[in-house]
Design a protein around this ligand. Structure first.
Ligand code: GZL
Length: 336
């Protein structure tokens, strides 16, 4: 279970008699982390957050598996952690279903599971979940567009949506939230296709949209920044202007550093943050479990709604007033 360094300390002492700082009583907490993949800037930041917190100098041995957006590989990785008899398992689930069997195996092995970011919707056999409310993100995008259109005197919304990986809770929630506002306001969603949260697919989908819906759309919603980067390339190539000074309003999610740079330049009108820095909160969950305490089952990350123009100061989402933040260089420099 835990890696003891006593043998290493004895070998070190025998071999080099140096003042090695290895502490014979030190134990490393072994953590298995089954990560979605490496599809986006957001994902890179999420992985780095865990690698920074669960480092050897902090007393951890992080067993990291990049599951490359492959659900079966992710289940195999979790079973591999069970075989390794790790102390804790962290999962960012590629899709939200198909989890109860393997989580039961973790429970039977006595290994606590902490879920981050996306949700598992067909089992609650985990100690805690740390992440975002994706439907709220989608509702916020819709509420912002409603207020922005009113302020700009835009009476008709014809939107194209580039969704995230199909079946992920992020795709499900953002789609549901935005569609709820669209339906309530009589907007038209001309099409809504899977962009898989990556730039290349986002560009491919937008290229197809520019051909199929030429001259018919005035809003594009990309469910993450990397899709938006691809969509911008496609619209530029098709001669479609976008952003604050363009014919098409461009909305994105994640608000990674590069995404906020495009908000500041006016290429992206609004970017709805999804905070990837979950690891410090996961460590708090582990510390509670180590102390025999019961952690909160759900821990929500703090997130902001970023815009280019200061024509609106706030929006109302689910009855709660939420501020809008105009992007500055200082904000860009501080972003993940
Ligand atoms: C959302 C996260 C999504 C990001 C994408 O929490 O799972 O996956 O929005 C990432 O950038 O690929």
């Amino acid at each position: 279970m835990k890696k003891r360094l006593a043998v290493l300390a004895a070998m070190s002492a025998a071999l080099c008699m140096s003042a090695l700082t290895v502490n014979a009583d030190e134990e490393l907490t072994v953590i298995g982390f089954a990560q979605v993949g490496h599809e986006s800037d957001w994902r890179t930041a999420s992985t780095k957050s865990c690698q920074d917190v669960f480092s050897a100098e902090n007393g951890y041995d992080l067993q990291f598996v990049d599951c490359d957006n492959d659900s079966q590989a992710q289940l195999d990785a979790v079973r591999g952690f069970i075989q390794q008899e790790v102390d804790y398992i962290i999962i960012d689930p590629i899709v939200s279903t198909g989890w109860d069997t393997v989580l039961t195996e973790c429970e039977e092995a006595g290994i606590p599971v902490i879920v981050i970011d996306r949700t598992i919707d067909d089992s609650d056999k985990y100690a805690a979940w740390v992440g975002s409310n994706f439907k709220t993100e989608g509702l916020a995008a819709g509420e912002w567009l409603k207020a922005y259109a009113e302020a700009k005197g835009i009476s008709e919304i014809n939107a194209l949506v580039i969704e995230g990986t199909n079946g992920s809770s992020a795709q499900i929630g953002r789609t549901e939230g935005f569609k709820e506002i669209a339906d309530a306001n009589g907007w038209t969603i001309l099409d809504s296709q899977d962009g898989n949260f990556d730039q290349a697919t986002g560009q491919e989908v937008m290229e197809s949209y520019c051909k199929s819906y030429e001259g018919q759309f005035n809003v594009v919603v990309c469910q993450n920044d990397n899709e938006a980067f691809g969509a911008m390339d496609a619209m530029k190539a098709a001669g479609v202007s976008y952003g604050v000074d363009g014919d098409v309003i461009l909305i994105s999610f994640d608000a990674c550093t590069a995404g906020l740079e495009y908000v500041m330049s006016g290429d992206i009108n609004a970017d709805f943050e999804c905070n990837p820095l979950a690891a410090p909160f996961v460590e708090e969950v582990i510390q509670k479990l180590e102390a025999g305490e019961e952690p909160d089952k759900e821990v929500y990350m703090e997130e902001h709604w970023y815009v280019n123009e200061d024509i609106l100061s706030s929006i109302t989402v689910d009855g709660a007033e939420q501020p809008l933040t105009v992007v500055t260089q200082e904000i860009v420099d501080a972003q993940y």
